[in-house]
Design a binder for this molecule. Structure first.
Ligand code: RP5
Length: 181
């Protein structure tokens, strides 16, 4: 039993939160300047019918809010958290230290270091505090990994993902054939 108690994080509709039900995935970010990178991932969640919420929880500008959100998360409907940040990207790591939910790190290209800074910040977590980090700016994979985590205990989600992957395969095969035309 998770002892973390707290208020359910409220969805922010202006950031594109799904309204279809209680959110299963939280997409948290360091700044609204990360939103363009997140768009592709949010579209995947929408397509696969996964209710989500999006919040700005900066590790440096709003540390108390990130802590409050992270500590409350496991006591809400949330099952997975995607943490997107650029530069000194402490957001997903700090979040992971305050929750037992799986945290996926999405490094954002935001500085002259082209995202390497955030990638390294997210992957070099100390033993005991895992963050599953995807490629720089790859919100598609962050979303698909969240869907796979949910699908492990939800057959309907797994089936929607299977159909999506099949569609992807068909599309690539179609492009391959088109090269011969
Ligand atoms: C990080 O700093 C954010 O996640 C963003 O990627 C980067 C720049 O933020 P802004 O200065 O654009 O708000 O915390």
């Amino acid at each position: 039993v998770d002892s973390q108690k707290g208020k359910a994080p409220e969805p922010r509709k202006e950031l594109g939160s799904s309204t279809k039900g209680e959110p299963l995935v939280a997409v948290i970010m360091g700044s609204d300047s990360d939103l363009p990178v997140l768009k592709a991932g949010l579209q995947i969640l929408e397509k696969l019918d996964i209710p989500f919420t999006t919040r700005i929880t900066s590790a440096h500008r709003t540390p108390d809010w990130l802590r409050e959100f992270s500590k409350a998360a496991a006591s809400t409907s949330l099952k997975v958290i995607i943490g997107a940040a650029g530069g000194a990207a402490h957001l997903p790591g700090m979040c992971a230290s305050w929750t037992t939910l799986p945290v996926i790190g999405l490094p954002v290209k935001a500085t002259h270091m082209d995202g390497w800074d955030s990638l390294v910040s997210m992957t070099q977590m100390p033993r005991g505090e895992p963050v599953a980090t995807v490629g720089i700016n790859n919100s598609t994979n962050a979303a698909l990994l969240a869907v796979r985590i949910l699908g492990a205990s939800d057959l309907a989600v797994r089936e929607r993902l299977r159909v999506w992957m099949e569609g992807n395969e068909v599309e690539v095969l179609r492009k391959d054939k088109a090269l011969l035309e």
